[in-house]
Design a protein around this ligand. Structure first.
Ligand SMILES: NC(=O)c1ccc[n+]([C@@H]2O[C@H](COP(=O)([O-])OP(=O)(O)OC[C@H]3O[C@@H](n4cnc5c(N)ncnc54)[C@H](O)[C@@H]3O)[C@@H](O)[C@H]2O)c1
Length: 278
C-alpha cells in the first residue's frame, strides 16, 4: 500500500546489485511512494548485476560511480543535479564489501591491504559521499541521508571479521557529519541497523544460514526482511521524521534488546540433553 510519503521528492540510491539487494527494495518502495530516483553502482556491478531491470521499472537513469572515488562521486552528484533540475531530497548508502571476509580470513589473520579496502568501500566511502554532497550543497534543507549498517558494530558476531570495524566507523561518520550537516543545512543523517538478510553481500559472511536462524529465533518479531527495511527507510526519507538525526536505528525485530529467547534456551537445553545421552 502506498501513502504518497515521498511525493515530489528526489534522491540517489546506491547499492542495488540484483533483486535480493536491500537497495533494490528501497528503490522500488521509494518510487511507489512518489519519488523520482537516480540509481548508481560500480561499472562492474552494473555489468554483472541486473540493475537495468530496476531502472526500467523505476524509470530511473543509472549513473556509474565507484563510491571510493571522489571524482566519480562529484560527477554523479553533478549529473544527478542536472537530471533533477537542482538540489535533491534523499540519499541511500547501501554499500559493503570486505575482501578479508570474502577470502575467509579470520579477524586474527587480517591482510592489511584488504582491511584498507574494507574500510574504504564500506565506511570511508560514506564520508567521501557526504563531503561531496555538502561541498556542492546538493541536498535540500530537511533532506535525509541513510546508510545501512549491522549490529556487529556494537557486539561481536562470528564470521563478520573486519566488517565490524567498518560498520563502527560508518556509524561514527553518521554522527560526526550529522552534527555539521544538520547545523549548516538542516540535513539529517542516520544509519539503519538491519537484521541479517539473504543478499549477495549477506551470503559472503561465513555461517550466514545459522546467523539468520539464530537472529530469527532470538527476535520477538522475527528477522526484518529487505522489504520491511524498505518500508522503514521510506519513513526516514519522508517529512514525518524531520527531527531524527545522528541516530543508529535498529531495524531487527527486537533482536538488539534480547538476551535469551525461550526458543534459543530450549534449543540449548535439547542440544545439551542429546549430547549427554550419546
Ligand atoms: N545482508 C545483510 O545481512 C545485511 C545486514 C545488515 C546490513 N547490511 C548492509 O546493507 C548494505 C547493502 O548490502 P546488501 O545486503 O543489500 O548486499 P548487496 O551485495 O546486494 O549490496 C552491496 C552493494 O555494494 C556495492 N558496492 C561494492 N563496492 C562498491 C563501491 N566501491 N562503490 C559503490 N558500490 C559498491 C555492490 O555493487 C552492491 O550493490 C551493506 O551496507 C550491508 O553491509 C546487510
Amino acid at each position: 500500500m502506498a501513502y504518497n510519503l515521498l511525493k515530489g521528492k528526489k534522491g540517489i540510491i546506491f547499492g542495488a546489485l540484483n533483486e535480493q539487494s536491500i537497495a533494490w527494495k528501497i528503490a522500488e518502495r521509494a518510487v511507489e511512494e512518489g519519488a523520482e530516483i537516480v540509481l548508481t553502482n560500480t561499472e562492474v556491478s552494473i555489468r554483472l548485476g541486473t540493475i537495468g531491470e530496476l531502472a526500467a521499472k523505476c524509470n530511473a537513469p543509472v549513473i556509474a560511480a565507484d563510491a571510493t572515488n571522489i571524482e566519480d562521486l562529484e560527477t554523479l552528484v553533478d549529473k544527478s543535479m542536472e537530471y533533477f533540475g537542482g538540489q535533491f531530497d534523499f540519499v541511500l548508502h547501501s554499500i559493503g564489501m570486505s575482501p578479508n571476509v570474502r577470502k575467509g580470513r579470520g579477524y586474527q589473520e587480517l591482510n592489511y591491504d584488504f582491511l584498507d579496502k574494507t574500510l574504504d568501500i564500506s565506511a570511508i566511502s560514506f564520508h567521501k559521499l557526504l563531503q561531496v554532497l555538502y561541498s556542492k550543497n546538493a541536498v535540500k534543507e530537511w533532506g535525509s541521508i541513510v546508510a545501512l549498517t549491522y549490529m556487529a558494530a556494537q557486539r561481536t558476531f562470528v564470521g563478520y571479521g573486519d566488517m565490524a570495524d567498518a560498520k563502527a566507523l560508518l556509524e561514527s561518520v553518521a554522527r560526526s557529519f550529522g552534527a555539521i550537516y544538520g547545523r549548516d543545512h538542516k540535513v539529517r543523517i542516520n544509519t539503519v541497523s538491519q537484521s541479517p538478510t539473504e543478499t549477495t553481500a549477506g551470503k559472503g559472511v561465513a555461517g550466514m544460514g545459522g546467523m539468520l536462524d539464530f537472529a530469527h529465533s532470538m527476535s520477538p518479531l522475527g528477522n526484518a526482511l529487505a522489504e520491511d527495511c524498505a518500508d522503514y527507510v521510506v519513513t526516514l526519507f519522508s517529512d514525518l521524521t524531520r527531527k531524527v538525526t545522528m541516530q543508529n536505528l535498529y531495524h531487527d525485530g527486537g533482536f538488539s534488546s534480547m538476551g535469551l529467547s525461550e526458543e534459543v534456551y530450549h534449543w540449548f537445553l535439547d542440544g545439551k540433553a542429546n549430547a549427554e545421552n550419546k
